[in-house]
Design a binder for this molecule. Structure first.
Ligand code: MTE
Length: 323
C-alpha cells in the first residue's frame, strides 16, 4: 500500500535555533579549532557532524534501578549479533554483517504534524538537553524469544514535551530512514518501506517508553538501530522501531508496517500477551536467547512482566480484538 507523502512544507518549518541553544556546541567547536590548526579543524569536522562523539562520555549513564529488572543481561555479543533489522537482511546475523558501513552522521529528525514546534532537527539538537540513564529491560520478540538488555537512553515523554503537541495529537508516528543504497534489504519488498510504527499518545508519554541511543554504556551499534530507536518493553519487539528519521503527531491511528504486511497476524497495540496466540504459533512461552538449547522455555508474562505499570492504559479494552 502506498502511504501518503507526509513531509512538511518548508513554510511550516520553524528554525531549530529558535528553540535550542547552540552556544555550547559552537564553543566546543571553536575550542577544538584553536587547539590545533588543520588537525584541530579535522577534529572539529568530525565532532561537529557526530553527536555520538560529542556526547560519548554521557553514554556511561547511571542505572535507573527503579525501572530496571534484576535479571542478568544478555552478553554484548548476543545483543549485537542476534538482531531483527530487515533493512539489512532477514537473518538474525545479517544486520551485524550488513550494517557496518551504515552512516549515522549527519543525522536529522523531522518533527511534524499536530504540534507547535516543528521542523528538521539535528541529532545534536535532539540530544543536547537530555539526561541519559541506563535501564535494564526485558525484550520479548513476537517470534517467541526474549533477551535482557541494558539500554542507555531517555524518556520519550521528555522529548515529546519539547515539541508541544496540540490537543489534536492522539498518536505518535515514527518512521525509519529510507535509503536503498545503504539499506540493501529495502531493495526487496519484504515490507512496505520505510518501516513505520506508532504509539497512542498515552503510551508514548508513559514513563517506561524509552528513546535509546546506547547499550552497555556504549554508543548504539548500527544493527541495534543507531543512532536513535524506540523501546517499549511491554510490547512485542517489532514496535521498537530503529534508526528514526521522522516523528509525527497525528490524529488518526497510524498504520504500522507489520500490520500493513499481515493484518490478521500483527496489530497496532502488540502488547505482550501469553493468552492471545499468533495465528501460526503460541505466545504462551518463550526461549531466552543465550541459554542452553536444552533449557526449559519460560512462561511469557502478561505485558512482558510490566502489567503493574501499564495494565491501566488498556482498562476496558478487549485485548483479543486489539492485539
Ligand atoms: N526497526 C526497523 N526499522 N526494522 C526492523 O526490521 N525489527 C523489529 C524492531 N525494530 C525492525 C525494527 C523487531 S521484529 C525487533 S524484535 C527489534 O527491532 C529487535 O531489536 P534488536 O535487534 O535491537 O534486539
Amino acid at each position: 500500500m502506498k502511504r501518503p507523502d507526509n513531509r512538511i512544507r518548508p513554510s511550516e518549518i520553524t528554525p531549530p535555533e529558535v528553540y535550542f541553544d547552540r552556544r555550547q556546541m559552537m564553543a566546543l567547536g571553536l575550542a577544538s579549532l584553536a587547539a590545533g590548526g588543520i588537525a584541530g579543524r579535522r577534529a572539529l569536522a568530525a565532532e561537529a557532524g557526530n553527536a555520538s562523539t560529542i556526547l560519548a562520555a554521557r553514554y556511561k549513564a547511571a542505572r535507573n534501578t527503579k525501572l530496571s529488572i534484576a535479571s542478568t543481561p544478555n552478553t554484548y555479543e548476543a545483543i549485537t549479533t542476534y538482531n531483527n533489522f530487515y533493512e539489512f537482511g532477514t537473518d538474525k546475523s545479517d544486520p551485524s554483517q550488513n550494517a557496518r558501513e551504515f552512516r549515522t552522521t549527519p543525522w536529522n529528525v523531522e518533527i511534524g504534524g499536530e504540534c507547535e514546534v516543528k521542523g528538521s532537527f539535528t541529532l545534536e539538537d535532539i540530544l543536547k538537553p537530555v539526561t541519559f540513564e541506563e535501564r535494564v529491560y526485558r525484550l520479548r520478540c513476537v517470534e517467541a524469544w526474549s533477551m535482557v538488555i541494558p539500554w542507555v537512553g531517555f524518556p520519550l515523554a521528555d522529548l515529546i514535551k519539547r515539541f508541544k503537541p496540540t490537543s489534536k495529537a492522539k498518536h505518535v508516528e515514527f518512521t525509519t530512514l529510507l535509503d536503498r543504497q545503504q539499506m540493501p534489504g529495502q531493495r526487496y519488498r519484504v515490507l512496505d518501506w520505510p518501516y513505520v510504527e506508532g504509539l497512542r499518545m498515552d503510551e508514548a508519554m508513559h514513563p517506561l517508553t524509552f528513546m535509546v541511543v546506547g547499550v552497555y554504556g556504549r554508543i548504539l551499534p548500527n544493527q541495534n538501530g543507531a543512532p536513535l530507536r524506540l523501546v517499549t518493553p511491554w510490547k512485542y519487539g517489532f514496535k521498537n522501531i530503529k534508526s528514526i528519521v521522522r516523528i509525527r503527531f497525528v490524529e488518526k491511528q497510524p498504520l504500522n508496517s507489520w500490520q500493513v504486511a499481515a493484518p490478521n497476524e500483527y496489530g497496532y497495540y502488540a502488547n505482550v500477551n501469553p493468552k492471545v496466540d499468533h495465528p501460526r504459533w503460541s505466545q504462551a512461552t518463550e526461549r531466552r536467547i543465550g541459554g542452553s538449547l536444552f533449557a526449559q522455555r519460560s512462561a511469557t508474562e502478561m505485558f512482558n512482566g510490566y502489567a503493574e505499570q501499564v495494565a491501566s492504559l488498556y482498562a476496558g479494552m478487549d485485548l483479543t480484538r486489539n492485539f
